[in-house]
Design a binder for this molecule. Structure first.
Ligand SMILES: [Zn+2]
Length: 303
C-alpha cells in the first residue's frame, strides 16, 4: 500500500505522527506561551476594568476606543503586550500616548496565569486563584489612582476563599474542612467553623481595631473601610491562622519600605497621604501564591 497514496493525502496523514512526536519540553513551552497570551488577553480586559470601574461605567459597552480621538480600537490594537510594543504606546489614528500601565497590567496578568498553571495545572482551583489575583491587581491600580478599593474586588477575593472552603467540605468531609483546633493550656479545643468565615471576621476585625487605634492616637483617619473589607476578604482566603498574620506583617513591611522610598525620592512629602490599599493588594498576591514560603521567610527574621 505504501507509496500509493495521492501526495496530498499522505501529507495530511503524516501530520498526526508529527504532532504526537512533540517532546514534553516543546509541549511545556507551547502551553506556557498560550497560557501567557490567554492571561495577557484577560489583562487587557482588566485595563478596561481599572479605567471604568471607579467611574461607574459599563465594563462591556462601548467597545474599547482611544480616549483622545475616540477611534474604535480593533484587533490589531488589542493584541496583548505586542500591540503596545509595536505601536510604541501610541494611538494609530491620532498618535496620543497610552500609559505604560496598559502593557504592565497585560504582562503581569500573563505571568500570573503562567504561575497559577504551573502550581495547580488547569484546575478550577487554579482558575479561582488566578481570578482572586486579578481582582487584587485591579485593586492595586484603582486604589493607587483613585484612593478607593472597589467592593467588587474584595467580594471576588472573599468568594474565592469561601468557595475553596465549600470545596474542601465537599471533598474532605466535615472534620478536615471545618475543624478549627486551638491549644488552650493542656487541652486542645476543636471548634467546627468554616475557616473562611472566621478568617473574614478576624481579618476585618484586626484592621478595624488598628484603624481605631491609629485614629485615637494620631487623631486623624488612618485606614478606610475599603481597607477593612479587603483585610476581611484576605482573611476568608488565608483562614484565621498564621497565614493571616504573615499577610498583615507583609503588608506593613511593604508599606514601610515603599513609604521610605517615596520620601527618600521626594515623590511624597512628610504628612502626605500614602494609600495603604496598593501595599495590601501586593502583599495579598504574594500570600495567595506563596503562603508558606512567605511565612517561613518572615519568621526567619525572628531567629
Ligand atoms: Zn486616538
Amino acid at each position: 500500500m505504501d507509496g500509493t497514496y495521492p501526495a496530498t493525502g499522505l501529507r495530511v496523514i503524516s501530520l498526526l505522527p508529527a504532532m504526537r512526536r512533540t517532546s514534553p519540553m516543546e509541549a511545556f513551552w507551547i502551553t506556557g506561551i498560550l497560557t501567557f497570551l490567554l492571561g495577557a488577553s484577560i489583562g487587557s480586559f482588566l485595563n478596561v476594568v481599572i479605567y471604568r470601574l471607579p467611574q461607574g461605567e459599563s465594563l462591556v459597552s462601548p467597545p474599547s476606543h482611544c480616549y483622545s480621538c475616540g477611534a474604535r480600537l480593533t484587533f490589531i490594537d488589542l493584541i496583548p503586550v505586542f500591540s503596545y510594543l509595536i505601536l510604541r504606546g501610541r494611538c494609530r489614528h491620532c498618535g496620543a500616548r497610552f500609559s505604560a500601565r496598559y502593557m504592565v497590567v497585560e504582562a503581569v496578568t500573563g505571568v500570573l496565569a503562567v504561575v497559577c498553571w504551573q502550581m495547580h495545572g488547569f484546575t478550577p482551583y487554579a482558575a479561582g486563584l488566578f481570578a482572586a489575583c486579578a481582582a487584587l491587581l485591579v485593586t492595586f491600580f484603582v486604589d493607587m489612582e483613585h484612593m478607593i478599593i472597589p467592593d467588587q474586588c474584595s467580594v471576588a477575593v472573599a468568594l474565592f476563599g469561601i468557595g475553596v472552603n465549600i470545596y474542601h467540605l465537599w471533598t474532605q468531609g466535615l472534620d478536615q474542612a471545618l475543624a478549627f483546633t486551638q491549644q488552650i493550656g493542656p487541652d486542645v479545643l476543636t471548634i467546627y467553623l468554616p475557616h473562611s468565615i472566621v478568617g473574614l471576621l478576624m481579618g476585618g476585625g484586626v484592621f478595624l481595631f488598628i484603624g481605631w487605634l491609629f485614629e485615637t492616637l494620631l487623631r486623624k483617619p488612618a485606614l478606610g473601610m475599603g481597607d477593612v473589607k479587603l483585610a476581611g476578604a484576605m482573611g476568608a482566603v488565608l483562614g484565621p491562622g498564621y497565614a493571616l498574620f504573615s499577610y498583615f506583617l507583609l503588608s506593613i513591611l511593604i508599606g514601610a519600605a515603599v513609604s521610605i522610598l517615596l520620601l527618600a525620592l521626594r515623590i511624597k512629602q512628610r504628612g502626605d497621604y500614602i494609600p495603604f490599599g496598593p501595599m495590601m493588594a501586593l502583599a495579598g498576591i504574594v500570600m495567595l501564591l506563596y503562603p508558606e514560603p512567605t511565612t517561613l521567610w518572615l519568621l526567619s527574621w525572628y531567629r
